[in-house]
Design a protein around this ligand. Structure first.
Ligand code: PLP
Length: 386
C-alpha cells in the first residue's frame, strides 16, 4: 500500500544531508567540545560551525544563539527567563489564545506564581490585531509572546508590527518560530524580536535539539543551571549530534527554502482544490492569504476527525486531527475554539501538513481516498441527511 505522510507540522523525517553530517559523530568523533585536548578540539570545530549555520539562517550573531533540547525548552527558557529575571519591574505577560502548549502552559504555570497573563483573542480567520497588543500593554508588562506561525491552522502573524510596538515601549518580545522556520523567511534584523524559539525535528533534523535566539544585551535568567556550557546560559554537556544536525538543516533551509516553498505551496493548492471539487460541506480553517505554504486545516462537517484520521490511516495516509500534542484526547482544539468555530465543527477538523518529500502523485492518491472515506462516515452520522 502507498504511504503518504502529511503530518510534517508534528515532525519530519531526517534529511539525508543531515544524516550524513552527523554520521562521523556516531562512529568516531566523541570528544567533549568543552575539553581543551585534541578530542575536544576536534569536535569544537564542528560545534562552532553549526552555531554559525544556525545564526546565519536567522541573520543574527552566533553568540546570540543558545542550543536547547527542543522548541518547548526554548519557549520555557524565554518566558520563565524573562519573567523571573524582571519580576521586580512587573508581573504582567501578554500572549495569544492560540499559542502552542509550550507557551500557553508556561503562562498558566506563571499565573500560579503570581503573574497575570492577557491572552489576546483572534478573529474568525485566526488572525490577531496588533492594536489589541497596544491596548493590552500595562505599566507592569514585562513580556509579550506571539508565535510567528500557528501550527494548527498555518496562520502567519504580523510579528514585525507587534515587535515594533513592543520595542517602542521597551518590552521584551518573544516569538515561537518553530513552524515558521524553513517555510517563511526569518530575518531577525527587521523583525523587532528579542527572543525566538526553534526546534530541530520540525525541519528535518532529529528530535532532541532546539535553539533559542536571545538578542544581545537582553536581561534573562537561566533555565538550566550547572556547568558553563553555551557561554554560561544553558548548562549540560553539549548535544553535539543535535547541533551539527540542526546546523545542517539550517544550511538546507538557506539553499532551498524558496524553491521548496513554491513546490509545497502548489501541492497544497492541488490538495485544497481537489477536496473542494470532490467533497461538499467543508470549511477551510485559518487565514486565506496570510498563511504557511504547507498547512491545510479543513473541517469535514458531520464527520468526527478522529474517525476520518483512522480511515485515512488504513489507506496509508498520515494526517492529524486537532493538534498532535492533544492526540488521544477528544477535546476540541483550543486554536479553533478561539476562532469562534462551533465545537462540533472543531471536532471535524483535520490538519494536512505537507513536507519536502510529498509529490503530486501523493496528493492525487489522497484525493482518490478522501471522498469515499468522508461519505462512508457521513452515511453513519445521524446528523447528516442528504
Ligand atoms: C512542535 C512545536 C513546538 C514544540 O517543539 P518541540 O521541539 O517538539 O518541543 C513549539 N511550538 C510550535 C509552534 C510547534 O509546532
Amino acid at each position: 500500500m502507498r504511504r503518504v505522510y502529511l503530518d510534517n507540522n508534528a515532525t519530519t523525517f531526517i534529511h539525508p544531508e543531515v544524516a550524513a553530517a552527523i554520521a562521523p559523530f556516531l562512529a568516531g568523533l566523541y570528544g567533549n567540545p568543552s575539553s581543551l585536548h585534541w578530542a575536544g578540539r576536534d569536535v569544537r570545530i564542528y560545534y562552532d560551525r553549526a552555531r554559525s549555520q544556525i545564526a546565519d539562517m536567522m541573520h543574527v550573531h552566533p553568540e546570540e544563539v543558545v542550543v536547547t533540547s527542543c522548541g518547548t525548552e526554548s519557549d520555557n527558557h524565554a518566558i520563565k527567563g524573562v519573567a523571573y529575571g524582571n519580576s521586580e519591574k512587573g508581573r504582567h505577560i501578554i500572549t495569544t489564545a492560540v499559542e502552542h502548549p509550550g507557551v500557553l502552559n508556561v503562562c498558566k504555570y506563571l499565573e500560579g506564581k503570581g503573574f497575570t497573563v492577557t491572552y489576546l483573542p483572534v478573529d474568525g480567520k485566526g488572525q490577531i490585531e496588533p492594536d489589541d497588543v497596544k491596548k493590552a500593554i500595562r505599566k507592569d508588562t514585562v513580556l509579550i509572546s506571539v508565535m510567528y506561525a500557528n501550527n494548527e491552522t498555518g496562520t502567519v502573524f504580523p510579528i514585525q508590527e507587534i515587535g515594533a510596538i513592543a520595542r517602542e515601549r521597551g518590552i521584551p518580545f518573544h516569538s515561537d518560530m518553530v513552524q515558521a522556520m524553513g517555510k517563511i523567511d526569518i530575518d531577525m534584523r527587521s523583525l523587532n524580536v528579542d527572543l525566538a524559539s526553534f526546534s530541530g525535528h520540525k525541519v528535518y533534523a532529529p528530535k532532541g535539539v532546539g535553539a533559542l535566539y536571545i538578542r544581545e544585551g537582553l536581561a534573562i535568567d537561566n533555565l538550566i543551571h550547572g556547568g558553563h556550557q553555551e557561554d554560561g546560559r544553558r548548562a549540560g554537556t553539549e548535544n553535539v549530534i543535535g547541533i551539527v544536525a540542526f546546523g545542517a538543516a539550517c544550511e538546507i533551509v538557506k539553499k532551498e527554502m524558496r524553491s521548496e516553498h513554491n513546490k509545497i505551496e502548489s501541492l497544497r493548492k492541488r490538495l485544497l482544490e481537489g477536496i473542494l471539487e470532490r467533497v461538499d460541506d467543508i470549511r477551510l480553517n485559518g487565514h486565506p492569504t496570510m498563511r504557511l505554504p504547507n498547512t491545510l486545516n479543513i473541517s469535514f462537517e458531520y464527520v468526527e476527525a478522529e474517525s476520518l484520521l483512522m480511515a485515512l490511516d488504513m489507506n496509508g495516509i498520515a494526517v492529524s486531527s486537532g493538534s498532535a500534542c492533544s492526540a488521544g484526547s477528544t477535546e476540541p482544539s483550543h486554536v479553533l475554539l478561539a476562532m469562534g468555530i462551533p465545537s462540533e465543527i472543531c471536532q471535524s477538523a483535520v490538519r494536512f501538513s505537507l513536507g519536502r518529500e510529498n509529490t503530486e502523485e501523493d496528493i492525487d492518491y489522497v484525493l482518490s481516498v478522501i471522498p469515499g472515506a468522508v461519505s462512508r462516515l457521513r452515511a453513519m452520522s445521524p446528523l447528516y441527511r442528504k
